[in-house]
Design a protein around this ligand. Structure first.
Ligand SMILES: *Cc1c(COP(=O)(O)O)cnc(C)c1O
Length: 498
């Protein structure tokens, strides 16, 4: 489908700026596209009694977020400044998503052999890939250097391994293509979610800069190794306020400046500022925007944006979370102890963090009727439960929704990152299918003339015959029972017999 025409009449205004009103308008459009897609998914049978759980990705929204990211940093850097936006693959490890982002000018930040394989399968070139991880094996490091992928060493032991690989490649006079750096932890403190705060005093990541002698050790490490040209920091994910993130970047900038001063040249030519822009899970607004963050960074650390430094960013959640929706059928609607409970097919297997730590990861839930239309009716306090066999498997507790009935649907919103793509195999529940969708507004749908193509259907129809066409594309098929057996040792059934 022609993505260029798809925003219809308001498409021309959306790039005019990203102020608060624009953000609200974009959020409203995103919500409208979501409703249209849910309706069409039911109409087309992607969702139904035999497919009680599905994940949907809003392709238009992903493209908009990628464009906002590019524009936000282009606006605060002199033209010609090299800026690599590397999507944190862990947020949504799906090959078609990585390929879509690649076509939008976004590279990949990987932290394991699996993630590297996904980025390569998506066609992300080594020069647009960055490898970070706290536990890289010698084989991983060798592979990354052979491919020319950028590597950030986490600690002195890893740097020693890189030293050995460098000596080896120098001996073979193989040229160095990988940009190399060290990850530092500015130890500026944590945010509201401890498990995701990487810049606390005792964080497991990077070289702890405020520890005795560490700053000087890092400076010497660079002076001794002219091939170290990058510096990396990532202050955390979700729950970190923007000013704290900016302080983390300011600390690494100060360190880069000191290294360069003492080296007498611009040895550190690129600062990797990590990701971590938080997402607003309470409304359709996106939360702080890339534009706000980029402006704050430029105010806080102007020297980093004066053209002397290239930049790498590693955003994950903020690029994808808002564009994913998990939709589940209500299998049964019951009542227990006076509480209405909707038993659905979305639970711990697709919203693991929410189920295990609900206070840190609340999700918005919306209700749809059996046809996939937004459900109307007075709000009733109810629990939305998942299919897993433990009592805590609840997507939401005591939330006000129109009373859910059997065969209705619920949608867990903002689940495009760190949720359905992070399947948890509890109860051997299958990974759900993921479909990307695009919507296209049509003024008059000529129903007699539609060819009944397999992947197009009418979404919500207006009274006047106008409506939204929805095109779905399969991103990942649902896991089959055969695959579950195979991945659970099915080929080794006799392995434990005498
Ligand atoms: C997880 C992670 C990111 C992405 O964080 P988001 O909160 O998803 O933006 C970026 N860089 C590193 C090193 C990470 O570990």
């Amino acid at each position: 489908m022609d993505m260029g025409t798809e925003m219809g009449d308001d498409g021309g205004t959306r790039d005019a700026g990203h102020g608060e009103n624009d953000g609200q308008a974009a959020g409203a459009r995103r919500a409208a596209r979501r409703d249209t897609a849910v309706r069409a998914a039911v109409a087309q049978g992607l969702l139904g009694p035999c497919h009680p759980l599905v994940a949907l990705l809003d392709v238009t929204g992903i493209r908009e977020s990628a464009a906002e990211l590019r524009e936000a940093f282009a606006a605060v850097t002199p033209s010609g400044t090299p800026v690599l936006h590397a999507f944190a693959v862990k947020a949504t490890p799906l090959v078609p998503v990585l390929r879509l982002l690649h076509t939008e000018g976004i590279g990949a930040e990987v932290a394991s052999r699996g993630e590297l394989a996904l980025a390569r399968a998506a066609g992300v070139p080594p020069g647009r890939t960055v490898l970070d991880s706290p536990a890289k094996t010698p084989a991983e490091l060798r592979e990354a250097l052979a491919l020319g992928i950028a590597v950030n060493a986490d600690n002195p032991q890893e740097l020693a391994r890189i030293d050995a690989l460098m000596a080896d490649s120098l001996a073979r006079s193989a040229g160095l293509r990988s940009p190399l750096g060290i990850r530092v932890n500015p130890q500026i403190g944590g945010g509201t979610i401890e498990a995701l705060s990487t810049a606390t005093a005792t964080s497991k990541f990077g070289v702890a800069l405020r520890d005795e002698g560490a700053w000087e050790w890092v400076v010497r490490a660079y002076l001794d190794r002219p091939w170290l040209t990058r510096l990396h920091t990532h202050t955390g994910s979700q729950g970190i306020a923007l000013p704290l993130m900016a302080r983390g970047v300011a600390e690494s900038y100060a360190l880069a400046e000191e290294i360069n001063r003492r080296a007498g040249r611009q040895q550190v030519d690129t600062v990797d500022i990590g990701g971590g822009l938080p997402v607003d899970f309470t409304s359709d607004a996106a939360g702080p925007t890339y534009t706000q963050y980029a402006r704050l960074l430029k105010e806080t650390v102007p020297g980093l944006f004066d053209g002397r430094y290239g930049l790498v960013t590693e955003f994950g959640r903020s690029l994808l979370a808002k564009h994913g929706t998990t939709v589940a059928r209500v299998e049964y609607a019951k009542s227990a102890g006076g509480r209405a409970v909707a038993v659905t097919h979305a639970g711990v297997q697709v919203a693991t963090r929410t189920v295990y730590t609900p206070a840190a990861w609340p999700l918005r839930i919306t209700a749809y009727d059996a046809e996939g239309r937004p459900k109307e009716g007075p709000a009733v306090m109810q629990d939305v439960a998942g299919p897993a066999c433990f009592a805590g498997d609840l997507l939401a507790r005591e939330i006000p929704l129109p009373l859910l009935e059997q065969d209705d649907y619920v949608a867990a919103l903002d689940t495009g990152a760190y949720a359905f793509a992070h399947h948890y195999g509890y109860n051997s529940l299958p990974r759900p299918a993921v479909h990307g969708f695009t919507t296209h507004h049509v003024d008059h749908v000529d129903r007699t003339n539609r060819t009944g193509g397999t992947n197009r259907a009418n979404g919500a129809n207006g009274a006047n015959g106008a409506g939204d066409e929805v095109a779905f594309a399969l991103v990942r098929p649902a896991q089959t029972a055969e695959e579950i057996v195979a991945e659970s040792g099915g080929a080794h059934a006799d392995a434990l017999l005498p």
